[in-house]
Design a protein around this ligand. Structure first.
Ligand code: ADP
Length: 277
């Protein structure tokens, strides 16, 4: 919709200025719809564990009052459901915080290799519980990146956690860090750092790929929930990568596995030799 409004600034005799305002109603409508869907989805995701908690509390106070075995079983389920709500609330808060500062780019120089190494170390136990081996493959020379250390940690935490979750048991998850040049750096011009997380899981059908970073979009909702997923991990990744003016590329082949690649613009003219360890 276009609105044309002729006007003259006060006291000015010059030519009549025309102010043309373009309103893209479709885009506004779509944004509104997305927001409404988001609130509905978030409420639904919270309501399910909440209903379970209320149900179990009622049972524990009534029919199962004097049944110690039931107490034990129900409390374990209630603990899982509370953790699920807690993860969801944390992810919702992260997402809204990230959205708020998406338009103010980070200012600190950070060492991506160090961040990835720390995240991988914290996920070792989780990987071991699925008999997955994390393999880090770091290039010798990597330039620093202007970034937010906590947010980048969250990006790699979400991607490696997904690779462990959706990868097959007893396989390897590789995390490769390189400093790509030219076309390999995707749409990122100039120096860059590329982090590729590869799993050998079931892979993702092509039709799902464009929607994977939408909030609450899941290929298999039941599986995601059973594995403790909130459906917000990749949405968080996308927003953080956008804030860093980077790119997220998803490659996947059904039956073989997936590679999630993050490309971040790096600082010009500096490359740090990798620290041992
Ligand atoms: P979730 O909490 O469900 O894992 P994400 O936003 O992290 O949410 O991911 C969205 C969906 O993308 C997942 O539910 C899953 O279907 C799919 N997905 C993400 N990572 C992988 C992967 N490495 N392999 C296969 N599917 C994946």
């Amino acid at each position: 919709q276009a609105r044309v409004k002729p006007f003259r600034t006060p006291g000015e005799e010059g030519p009549l200025l025309v102010l043309l305002t373009l309103h893209d109603i479709t885009m506004l409508k779509r944004a509104e719809q997305m927001r409404a869907d988001f609130v509905a989805n978030a409420s639904h995701e919270l309501r399910t564990p909440l209903a379970a908690l209320i149900g179990f509390i009622e049972t524990l106070r009534g029919p199962a009052k004097d049944d110690p075995a039931a107490h034990e079983r129900f409390l374990a389920i209630m603990f899982d459901q509370s953790n699920r709500m807690s993860r969801l609330v944390n992810d919702l808060l992260s997402l809204s915080r990230i959205e708020m500062d998406e338009h103010s780019p980070p200012t600190e120089q950070v060492d991506v290799a160090k961040i990835v190494r720390n995240v991988a170390a914290t996920l070792e136990l989780r990987a071991a519980s699925r008999k997955v081996k994390l393999r880090l493959d770091l290039a010798d020379l990597l330039p620093p990146v202007v970034g937010d250390e906590d947010q980048l940690s969250q990006v790699f935490q979400n991607l490696i956690d997904n690779a462990i979750k959706y990868g097959k048991e007893q396989t390897e998850v590789t995390i490769a860090l390189t400093a790509p040049v030219g076309s390999k750096a995707g749409a990122v011009r100039g120096p860059a750092v590329m982090v590729a997380v590869t799993d050998r899981g079931d892979g993702i059908a092509r039709t799902h790929l464009p929607r994977l970073t939408e909030r609450f979009y899941r290929v298999d909702p039941a599986r995601s929930r059973a594995l403790g997923g909130t459906g917000l991990g990749l949405a968080i990744v996308k927003h953080i990568v956008n804030r860093h003016r980077g790119r997220l590329i998803i490659d996947s082949e059904v039956g073989k596995g997936s590679t999630f690649t993050v490309i971040l613009p790096a600082v010009k003219g500096v490359a740090t030799k990798r620290e041992a360890g």
